[in-house]
Design a protein around this ligand. Sequence first.
Ligand code: ZN
Length: 444
Amino acid sequence: MNTAFLRAAALSALVLSTAARADEPQTTAWRILADLTTEIGPRLPGSPREAAARDWAVARLSALGLANVRSEAFPIQGWVRGEETARLTAPYPQALHITALGNSAPTPAGGISGELVYFPSFQALQAAPDGALKGKIAFIDHAMRANQDGSGYGPYGQARRQGPSVAAAKGAVAVVIRSIGTDHVRNPHTGVTNFAKGAAAIPAGAVSNPDADLIARVARSGKPMQLALTLTGKPQANLPSGNVIAEVPGRDPSLPAILLGCHLDSWDLGTGAIDDASGCAIITDAALRLRAQGQPLRTVRLLWAGSEELGGFGGQAYAAAHADQPHALAMESDFGADRVWRVRFRLAEANRPLADRVAAALAPLGIVRGNTVANGGTDVEPMIERQKLAVIDLDQDGTRYFDLHHTPDDTLDKVDPVQLEQNVQAWTAVLGIVANEPGPLGGL
Ligand SMILES: [Zn+2]
């Protein structure tokens, strides 16, 4: 039954991608997404390709007739990828599919070898005694499963975000984790890790889920494991990055603006189609459809942020650079291109009738109202915090998002044009209400 189900899923994916190629939509959203992933491709923060993407974005947003299009530069503490190989050398010799995590320290060019110590979870690693990993390589497993709201990413993602720092503090010379992903293909998932202040940075990588399954199986046998690891990617200070900004000017410039966020940078393994060319495509097409309905009351500002993937640097730079400009409400699209299924709000009690109108406008698109509080997203959060903004989240179906996220398979063919269009329609419906709201808009 499992096999039959997988075959059916594979077949429907094939039909979908073939259909998309044969009959490409001509919406602005699809054109941005297809052209950015084709003409630029991978856009690692601080890289020459991210710089090329900024130039591309300024040209495209200008050609689309948006106003005040500009690039705003900022430097980042970057990271460059190197060679990456891993091999289990004992008890059974096996090559593993690995990728380095962003901020990983480099191994020597010839690599390192050591005993591989298995931890079933991040919590099990935390519980290990100090010094227990001296001279060893830690392996961190986890049990993340696919779900609609993507809520596994927060808790299970700790293995990637904090695991290497915790292992380093206990004496580990390197860390390997099970990829933070829900697929069963042999692609490792990259992503950023962070070393706590004072913790030594060590080499850190993620193996594909099938390779992690292999390691877990060998660990259960109780036989000591040895790993040979080469990861030469390394941090690089002072790389150039930047945000790209564009606007649909409002009729009343004295009213605080609506801020829409996405990120232009991407990890380097795929072409950054679902993460996050889709988000930039969605918010931009929606802003243009809003404009086509007549000039909105409030200015709508698009933030195509840079360097989100290495630590949300673009959102922080935006909030610092525009702190003196009043904003009213923020929204972000950074969870792929599958259909919006839920809307959530962070709105002052006085704005409850506005939330009711938004929810009613979205119901015909199959979108339900959630009762937890909206949080925006990495690129708009710094401004939300600073100015206590109103927030609306259009939550996308995340069931297959973490199959593809940060892998070589984050490519254009994974985007379903029908679901992409539903996203644009949902965003347009919300903008039609909030960008024409004359009264005060407030957060919590
Ligand atoms: Zn993203």
